[in-house]
Design a protein around this ligand. Structure first.
Ligand code: SF4
Length: 327
């Protein structure tokens, strides 16, 4: 365990990764809920976690948002917001039948992947989707493709098992929050095995995932321990942990300062890397820094891997939106 509250505190150099925390898609989804609450008044129903972070969900609940697992838990005629991860067309249709007004807060970069896979199917290509089974984004993307039109793969080893000939017309798509390094290996394996493989014009892995993974990679190389702040059910938080683990032996994923495992931090002081998933509010990072200050004499410095200027147009809410409109 590190220096106690009563004993002398050892020094710790805390390297803050930048960019970290909220991306443009997460901000847009949270704004859609708060704007809907202002425009319509509470309650506003949200299907599943609007973004994968319990602190964000709790903040929105305090304002009057009600989170439900499925649309049939929403009272008829209510205001509904669909999450940033995207939904299947069947869920969107169920929401439109149920709600008086439906706002779709799907991230524009997820919606771009939806359009790509739909185009590939129209072109007669079987879609090989690289992603994690059961993740809401993957469920939403697969839901755009008729049964038998797509195959999900996770690792390069899965490519050998694909039941297609070398000349079969295929297309690849990638979960926006997938590991950049792992995706590159799968794509390489697909290129080696298949001659007619349509690829996205630009990476499906979004700018925020690229930048956060690059930033944590840079600090993990210099750190004795790395703390990733995020929810344990967040895909992009898990990927940040994996990237850090390739370069540092002591990595932990925590929701806030209370969750810190002091046994994974340097007892006599040292260098601690700190980052946050795209769905993690900065308040949770500050909470971790506060907890670290109780055990260490902390010096903080920020290490920027990229400058982010991307903003998405807001979801049109209230009078600005058409009844039953999707953004
Ligand atoms: S992580 Fe990427 S795809 Fe997901 S909401 Fe943020 S910008 Fe959009």
């Amino acid at each position: 365990m590190s220096g106690s509250k009563n004993g002398p505190r050892p020094p710790a150099e805390v390297l803050l990764a930048a960019p970290r925390g909220f991306c443009a898609g997460v901000r847009r989804a949270i704004d859609a809920v708060t704007d809907a609450l202002v425009a319509h008044g509470p309650p506003v129903y949200v299907r599943r976690a609007i973004v994968h972070n319990l602190a964000v969900v709790a903040d929105l609940e305090r304002l009057g948002a009600v989170f439900v697992e499925e649309i049939d838990a929403v009272p008829p005629g209510a205001v509904i917001v669909l999450s940033a991860h995207g939904v299947t067309p069947a869920v969107a249709a169920a929401a439109r039948r149920r709600g008086a007004v439906v706002y779709d807060a799907v991230c524009p970069l997820v919606a771009k992947v939806h359009r790509e896979v739909e185009r590939h199917r129209r072109d007669g290509r079987h879609v090989v989707l690289i992603g994690h089974a059961g993740h809401p984004e993957i469920v939403g993307t697969l839901g755009r493709i008729a049964s038998g039109g797509a195959t999900l793969v996770r690792a390069a080893a899965d490519v050998a098992a694909l039941p297609f000939g070398a000349g079969e017309p295929l297309a690849l798509a990638v979960q926006t929050t997938f590991s950049v390094d792992d995706a590159a290996q799968v794509v390489e394996a697909l290129r080696e095995r298949f001659a007619d493989l349509a690829e996205p014009p630009a990476s499906d892995i979004c700018y925020a995932t690229h930048n956060r993974q690059a930033a944590v990679r840079a600090i993990a190389e210099r750190a004795d321990a790395v703390v990733v702040v995020g929810a344990d059910f967040s895909s992009n938080a898990a990927r940040l942990g994996e990237v850090a683990r390739e370069r540092c032996g002591a990595v932990q994923l925590v929701a806030d300062g209370e969750g810190l495992d002091w046994d994974l931090l340097p007892a006599r002081g040292g260098v601690i890397g700190l980052t946050a998933a795209a769905s993690t509010p900065e308040a949770s990072v500050r909470d971790v820094v506060r907890a670290l200050r109780q055990r260490y004499r902390v010096t903080l410095s920020e290490h920027r891997a990229a400058v982010e200027t991307r903003r998405f147009r807001k979801v049109r809410v209230g009078a600005a939106a058409q009844p039953r409109a999707a953004a």
